[in-house]
Design a protein around this ligand. Structure first.
Ligand SMILES: [Zn+2]
Ligand SMILES: [Zn+2]
Length: 203
């Protein structure tokens, strides 16, 4: 029962985000977020993601042309891409804009085996990786709906970081740290009442 109330509360608050001026309001200089495909990324995923994020946030999302994966980000020993290098590239390339990068390569940071995404906290640039969100990565039959739900959660999570939100201890909050796909599946795609982005933070 408690869980139900929690979920309803989050949905009510998110609805408020959909009205211009309530969140991300007057103080926002540039409400545009560019979605940057890094390397080859399935176009329909980007379109679907853009649609969901546009519904959720009072921001304008634009998908731009894909860019090449920055070559220096590849670590041949780990056979993964270092997300810090990619974020640095994005930050230096698209100054003044909020950036949500999407990549279909495996990402890491030195202290972890892999990451689903990373963002500047707070900042402008965020990146999510699709690779480990697919069932097929784990040798399971593909589940498109589950995959897309995970993509939305990771995108909302990383965008939350760009607004200064840290990890949340509430396992159902989208800002909960996902150490595994189970963690991602368990949490919702919504901010809890504590993590919701307010008007004063939304710029
Ligand atoms: Zn995080
Ligand atoms: Zn939270």
């Amino acid at each position: 029962m408690k869980r139900l109330v929690q979920k309803l509360a989050c949905r009510a608050i998110i609805t408020a985000l959909m009205f211009p001026g309530i969140a991300f309001g007057a103080g926002v200089q540039d409400r545009e977020v560019i979605i940057v495909p890094v390397g080859t990324v399935q176009a329909d995923i980007l379109e679907d993601l853009k649609e969901v994020l546009t519904d959720r946030f009072d921001l304008d999302f634009t998908i731009i042309e894909p860019i090449q994966v920055p070559a220096n980000a590849y670590n041949p020993e780990r056979r993964q891409f270092y997300s810090g290098d990619i974020l640095e590239y994005l930050s230096g390339t698209y100054d003044n804009k909020k950036v949500l990068a999407v990549i279909d390569e495996d990402l890491y940071v030195p202290e972890l085996n892999f990451i689903f995404g990373q963002a500047e906290i707070p900042g402008r640039c965020a990146i999510i990786s699709l690779t480990r969100l697919r069932q097929t990565y784990y040798g399971l039959p593909e589940d498109e709906a589950a995959f897309f739900e995970r993509v939305v959660k990771e995108a909302v999570h990383e965008l939350g970081h760009t607004y200064g939100k840290e990890h949340c201890s509430d396992g159902t909050c989208v800002m909960f740290f996902s150490n595994s796909l189970q963690d991602t599946d368990k949490k919702s795609s919504y901010y809890c009442a504590k993590c919701i982005i307010t008007e004063t933070e939304g710029h």
